[in-house]
Design a protein around this ligand. Structure first.
Ligand code: SAM
Length: 299
């Protein structure tokens, strides 16, 4: 098993490669790692969203965090792991010119690509900062909203990231994060694959563990807005598993899910007339997950 620094280096190198290639080369590799035939598609279509900018869309997301982010005109929004700026530009369409959007990414090639996009669009209120999201280059209590798309699974110390989110959000601020989580265990060979780590699969943790980290970081009104199973094609799994291992993995009932989670930092004035986009609360979610347990007969 790689240590945390080696994992980060592996991720940075893979996403540097991706930043230098076209979306078409990444198209079969959502959330990663652009050699043809690597992973399944996890991303959702952005093309109809206000603020969509094709050059920023490398097909790397696993949800639409801005859909549930309740961004208002004038807000300061931070996008964690901003890639080429896909969600940052969508967020900017909602903050308007009087707001501010800060994208953070630790891959210099991604930062360069995102800044080029911002320059082309002529935005002077969208900024991309190079940095690690477990130690953000942002002041305390400075953001109204945080969004992130398919990034925290890539970070070895997720607890630290949620602590950082809590530090930089203003009291009463909130986040909307799309990410990959598990229900059940991955086979060891998948879990240990550097490629599957950078492809957003083997760094994923159990859904209840993920939600507990958010609770332990002190957030409230934690809500899973959206949940979608991710099906990895057999031919990709067979790059890492034998036929027998594949069969027992498929029989195990382990589920890989994309979720979009919303939560608020305590304190501050609540926003008036919060948009009603709630889908599942925590106890409802537990029912949804147990539905997909092995032997439940519903999946
Ligand atoms: C799967 S891509 C998603 C990019 C973007 N959110 C999108 O949807 O297009 C993950 C991004 O997170 C960045 N990243 C991964 N770990 C990071 C960390 N610890 N700190 C900052 N950025 C990180 C990678 O460089 C990469 O650009």
């Amino acid at each position: 098993m790689m240590n945390a620094e080696a994992m980060k280096t592996n991720v940075r190198e893979k996403y540097a490669e991706i930043a230098l290639q076209s979306k078409e080369n990444n198209a079969c590799s959502c959330c990663g790692v652009g050699t043809a035939g690597t992973y399944t598609i996890m991303s959702e279509s952005y093309t109809t969203l206000n603020g969509y900018h094709a050059d920023a869309d490398l097909g790397l997301g696993c949800g639409l965090p801005t859909e549930f982010a309740d961004i208002r005109q004038g807000d300061t929004v931070i996008d964690l792991g901003s890639g080429a700026g896909n969600d940052a530009f969508v967020a900017r369409a909602e903050t308007g010119p009087e707001g501010k959007v800060i994208g953070i990414d630790f891959t210099p090639e991604m930062i360069r690509r995102a800044r080029l996009n911002a320059d082309k669009l002529g935005f002077n209120n969208v900024e991309f900062r190079q940095g690690d999201i477990d130690d953000m280059p942002v002041n305390d209590n400075s953001a109204d909203v945080i969004v992130s798309n398919c990034v925290l699974n890539l970070v070895p110390d997720k607890r630290k990231v949620f602590a950082e989110i809590s530090r930089v959000l203003r009291p009463g601020g909130h986040f909307s994060i799309s990410d990959i989580v598990l229900s059940g265990e991955l086979p060891d060979t998948l879990r240990q694959s550097a490629e599957m780590y950078a492809g957003c699969v083997s760094g994923a943790i159990q859904m209840d563990e993920y939600l507990n980290l958010i609770t332990e970081a002190g957030f409230q009104h934690i809500t899973v807005q959206k949940q979608k199973p991710i099906l990895i094609p057999d031919e990709i799994l067979l790059e890492h598993l034998s036929e027998t291992e594949l069969k027992s993995f498929l029989d195990s009932g382990t589920g890989i899910f994309s979720i979009t989670v919303y939560a608020e930092k305590a304190g501050g004035a609540p926003k008036a007339e919060k948009k009603e986009k709630r889908k599942l609360n925590l106890s409802e979610l537990q029912v949804a997950v147990s539905c997909c347990e092995p032997g439940s007969g519903c999946c």
